[in-house]
Design a protein around this ligand. Structure first.
Ligand code: MN
Length: 196
């Protein structure tokens, strides 16, 4: 049985950037539904006792869509925090090396989010040399299947922001970066262990 992981903060903790109502629906309804569907679809399947990551890598169709969405959201929640901490030096350095500056990185990430058509995700990924790049995936798509290491996940499905900023995805991206947990992102990017 796969379980909805505990949210690492209270549902109102990211307000005013991400509202309690958005977090409540996004986590308790959308994410929960993906997990429930994974469990339902896995019943009697050969992948039943596999990790979520293995299910993502070895499935297609509805099972892939729900498993990948469950996995993507697990990362997404951890990428945010109400506690603002300074960016770790390793990440700061990698961003400068890869994008020129933090401002240039933000601009590029926001442009990728705005240009992404329809539902999906925008990611910061890292290659084996430590170089960062921005990529996006459609619907449940995930860098996991391309064997890319994820550093940061940003959900750009309308359910992630429509209650807060309506059709203004750009303002959601601005809000998202007010609550990014750079300690976690840096850990994910530069530690060798893979995320759950
Ligand atoms: Mn979502």
């Amino acid at each position: 049985m796969h379980e909805l992981p505990k949210l690492p903060y209270a549902k109102d903790a990211l307000a005013p950037y991400i509202s309690e109502e958005t977090l409540d629906y996004h986590y308790s309804k959308h994410h929960q539904k993906y997990v429930d569907e994974v469990n339902r679809l896995l019943e009697g399947s050969t992948l039943e006792n596999n990790t979520l990551e293995q299910v993502v890598l070895n499935s297609d169709g509805a099972l892939f869509n729900n498993a990948a969405q469950a996995w993507n959201h697990n990362i997404y929640w951890e990428c945010m925090s109400p506690n603002k901490t300074p960016m770790p030096q390793t990440m700061d350095h990698a961003i400068s090396e890869s994008f020129g500056s933090y401002e240039a990185f933000l601009h590029q990430f926001k442009q990728a989010s705005l240009k992404h058509f329809g539902s999906g995700w925008v990611w910061l990924v890292v290659d084996s040399t430590g170089r960062l790049s921005i990529t996006s995936t459609v619907n449940a798509g995930t860098p996991l299947t391309d064997h890319m290491s994820v550093a940061l996940a940003c959900d750009v499905w309308e359910h992630a922001y429509y209650l807060d900023t309506r059709n203004d995805r750009g303002s959601y991206i601005d809000n998202f970066f007010q609550v990014v947990n750079w300690d976690y992102v840096s850990h994910l990017a530069f530690s060798t262990s893979s995320p759950g």
